[in-house]
Design a protein around this ligand. Structure first.
Ligand SMILES: *Cc1c(COP(=O)(O)O)cnc(C)c1O
Length: 430
């Protein structure tokens, strides 16, 4: 049988390709070799055809190195594949300032060591007065891992079968908890879980009851779940993984859980993401009873999931305000603000001879929360064939293809980027 992997060219043959020569001078021999080896590896994995290995290496070398800024015209406000929350201008400045030497763990007044990231922690504590203690780790997965490591090794975590969540990219919260040595005690069914199910499962082996917000799916129809408030009567700590990162109730997202409400309802600990609806950097917020938060903070593994100075700087600036782009994207009024922008953009493009129209659209919060909630929006509609070239242009624009059109939805686009968006479209090869 013909194994296509046998047709992958040898490394020395690929390196002899004259098209690679300019990159040897520009990037160095090692970088060129690395690109070739990587392309061969991708061919072995079936991602690249054997006859395209040299092309793949060339394309990798031609692309500018590093992560690229992208305009999010998908209509998905919190887009995980596009880096979730874009930071506010204040948070970006704070990151740039903290990137050098900084007093992240040092008290300039006394010259002594100080609590790491105390500014960010103070801002977080001020934003959630119901929390007796606060801590920040690498992301929500890390926050849950720390809960399990510190509170549940060899013990049970009680969780509803309706809340066994796969976060994304194949990672699952139940498996994460088990990887930390906790035993999972599943209760109820996929659609219905009652207080009596929890009561029957809670016992001496219980470390905590976990309430997970189903942030990326909805169970509809004949359903029942037990709110945090009712779970707090079980006599064991309740950990509420709210996911999205709302610190207080949001008027436009009434079904989205928030940290303040969960704590007031009696949750011992709340875990939440910093880069979803809070609109800040990737991090995991741990909020709750002072004694428990301290136990987590002092656990040896806390050091392995701690955040860096850049994250602390961005988080503090996000919390101190002004409101970050995610908050503005959620609050913006479709007809009053998005429609005039879409019409102005479409008129500018049409004046240049492009078949562009302003059309009503429907945006979403995204993996960050509020599954099923539709946000009215406006978009610029272009021919579907524009989608690919827009993604690979000098300023990449990621739109949404729908009904044979490429829609550039403006809800998640900063108004200050409208001009760049127009120029990206005008630069399309015609
Ligand atoms: C997003 C999410 C997580 C994972 O958060 P990360 O910050 O990406 O680790 C965990 N639980 C819930 C409910 C979530 O929505």
């Amino acid at each position: 049988m013909d194994d296509p992997r046998r047709r992958i060219p040898r490394t020395d043959a690929l390196l002899a390709d004259p098209r690679l020569a300019p990159y040897v001078g520009e990037r160095g021999r090692e970088a060129v070799k690395a690109a070739v080896l990587d392309a061969q590896q991708r061919a072995r994995a079936g991602e690249v055809a054997p006859e395209r290995v040299a092309d793949a290496a060339l394309a990798a070398l031609a692309a500018p190195p590093g992560l690229r800024p992208v305009l999010n015209a998908t209509g998905v406000v919190v887009h995980t594949n596009l880096g979730r929350a874009p930071l506010s201008a204040a948070a970006r400045r704070a990151v740039a300032d903290a990137a050098g030497t900084t007093d992240v763990e040092f008290d300039l007044a006394t010259g002594q060591r100080a609590r790491r990231g105390r500014g960010a922690l103070a801002a977080l504590a001020a934003a959630v007065p119901a929390a007796g203690g606060v801590h920040v780790v690498n992301n929500t997965a890390a926050a849950l891992l720390l809960c399990a490591l510190a509170l549940a090794p060899g013990r049970e975590v009680v969780v509803s079968r309706g809340e066994l969540v796969e976060i994304g990219d194949g990672f699952r919260i139940p498996e994460l908890l088990e990887s930390a040595g906790a035993r999972l005690r599943e209760v109820g069914t996929t659609n219905r879980t009652h207080l009596r199910d929890y009561e029957a499962a809670v016992g001496p082996a219980t470390a905590f009851v976990l309430k997970v917000h189903t942030s990326n799916y909805r169970v509809e129809g004949f359903t029942a779940e037990v709110p945090v408030e009712a779970l707090t009567g079980l006599g064991v700590p309740v950990v509420a993984d709210i996911g999205s990162g709302l610190l207080a109730p949001h008027p436009l997202l009434p079904d989205e859980p928030d940290a303040d409400s969960a704590l007031r309802a009696g949750a011992a600990l709340v875990t939440a993401s910093g880069d979803k609806l809070l609109g800040g950097p990737q991090c995991g917020l741990l909020l709750g009873q002072a004694g428990l938060v301290d136990r987590l903070r002092r656990h040896p593994a806390a050091r392995a999931v701690r955040v860096d100075k850049l994250t602390l700087a961005a988080l503090e600036a996000t919390l101190r305000g002004p409101a970050p782009p995610v908050a503005r994207a959620l609050a913006v009024h479709a007809d009053d603000e998005l429609r005039p922008r879409a019409e102005a953009l479409a008129a500018r493009l049409a004046a240049a001879g492009l078949p562009a129209r302003a059309v009503p659209s429907s945006a979403r919060v995204g993996g960050g929360g509020a599954p099923g909630v539709e946000l009215a929006s406006w978009a610029v509609a272009l021919p579907e064939a524009c989608a690919g070239p827009l993604r690979t242009g000098a300023v990449p624009v990621v739109g949404r293809t729908e009904r044979g059109q490429c829609l550039l939805d403006l809800r998640a686009v900063d108004p200050a980027d409208d001009d760049a968006l127009a120029r990206a479209v005008l630069d399309l090869p015609r």
